[in-house]
Design a protein around this ligand. Structure first.
Ligand code: HGY
Ligand code: MN
Ligand code: MN
Length: 401
């Protein structure tokens, strides 16, 4: 069972039973490819293909196999299975790289109810903290306890240092674009320039609960009306990004939820993403100002809790060049594109020079059952991943962004 049976689309969330099954399948496939496989202290499934020069700074690739609720079949999977195909091809052609090639299925890349994406890669970059393990989801479950019940030691996850203690050469991740750019430009390969920063906000609208049948319309402090205006403010600001940026309200929750009470307390979750540092900072300020002004006109107070899911991260120019050259030498069209989606590559970029290769998403759809990428496009992506990894294997060192 690789997805929740009673959910629309593909749902394989971190710490779930379908997720446990998928990881067992990935580990078995890694072993069949001839990789040395283990689960690391951070909960990542790690496969190693030994190179001819032990100790040389290693190459690393991979992605994730968890999904959002009602997700698709390609987000993350293409990067993990594409890496295994790369290994299969190397072995089939008796090619031994100089450097070890580390293939990783990273734990829990998708944003989750604890508000923390990329659990496994975040941990390897030394960014998962004891405080994070105390976070609670909507049911009050501690993140640390979920590691435990999944069979992982949470204290080991926050101290997982093996990758920081491994000489690393570079990281390249293959991923579906999850947007419409490549398809619109009829381009086969995307060479990622940067990965957007993500700022998330939890806004609490504090009005006054009243009888919905007797409170006059001109004498209300309706938290839901203020929150509704805030949703439009988020959208308005998101539409105003000069270079690159998006903004999305993803949840409105009435704290009271009785059908005959004017909402006194409403919670709103929203996120802002951009590769434009200045716009991202201004958008955060502007949305607070606009929301507070609009809420005040409803007699509603607002409290804000911001978290940075990840900072903006740039791909190493040299890896971008190698990926572009690999595409050209394979007769594939390519385009430099930013990534509005976040990826494990954000955290690997803290450990070594990073690059990403995109393949087109049909109609730019993702995080939904309609997510689709043609197998010919995936094969092209594996071809470019393979050529890029091979070129990096031969390169002395690569400078980061
Ligand atoms: O949220 C993201 O951008 C990624 O798909 N986890
Ligand atoms: Mn992904
Ligand atoms: Mn995703």
């Amino acid at each position: 069972m690789l997805r929740e049976p009673d959910q629309h689309g593909w749902t394989r969330q971190v710490f779930s039973e379908p997720y446990r099954s998928s990881r067992d399948l990935v580990a078995a496939k890694m072993r069949r490819c001839g990789l040395e496989v283990h689960t690391d202290p951070a909960g990542n499934i790690v496969g190693v293909l030994r190179g001819s020069s032990p100790g040389a700074p290693a190459l690393i690739t991979g992605s994730h196999t968890d999904t959002v609720t009602g997700g698709g079949r390609f987000d993350g999977i293409v990067g993990v299975m594409g890496a295994l195909e790369l290994v299969r091809q190397l072995r089939e052609n008796d090619i031994t790289l100089t450097r070890d090639l580390i293939v990783v299925d990273f734990l829990g890349e998708e944003s989750n109810d604890w508000g923390l994406s990329c659990l496994g890669s975040r941990s390897l970059a030394g960014e998962l903290t004891a405080a994070d393990l105390e976070r609670r989801d909507g049911q009050g479950q501690r993140l640390g306890d979920r590691y435990d019940t999944f069979g992982l030691d949470p204290s080991a996850a926050i101290s997982a240092r093996w990758l920081r203690n491994t000489p690393l050469h570079s990281y390249v991740e293959l991923h579906v674009e999850q947007g419409p750019v490549l398809e619109r430009h009829e381009t086969q390969i995307g060479v990622v320039t940067a990965i957007a920063g993500i700022e998330r906000v939890l806004a609490m609208f504090l009005g006054r609960p009243d009888h919905a049948g007797t409170r006059p319309m001109d004498d209300r402090r309706d938290a839901m009306v203020a929150a509704a205006r805030a949703v439009l403010a988020v959208q308005r600001i998101g539409c105003g990004a000069p270079l690159h940026g998006v903004a999305t309200t993803t949840r409105l929750a009435n704290g009271m939820a009785s059908p005959n009470v004017v909402p006194g307390e409403v919670q709103m979750r929203a996120e802002f993403r951009s590769i434009d540092t200045e716009w991202l900072s201004l958008a955060k300020q502007q949305v607070v100002t606009d929301i507070v002004d609009e809420a005040r006109s409803e007699g509603v107070d607002v409290e804000f809790d911001w978290t940075t899911d990840n900072e903006i991260v740039h791909s190493a120019p040299q890896i971008q060049d190698l990926a572009a050259t690999s595409a050209e030498q394979s007769g594939l069209s390519w385009k430099a594109v930013p990534s509005g989606a976040t990826h494990d590559a954000v955290h690997l970029a803290r450990l070594c020079p990073m690059g990403m290769i995109f393949v087109p998403s049909r109609a730019g759809r993702s995080h939904c059952p309609d997510e689709w990428t043609d197998f010919a496009d995936i094969a092209a992506g594996v071809q470019v991943l393979s050529a890029t990894i091979t070129a990096l294997d031969a390169a002395d060192s690569v400078s980061s962004a």
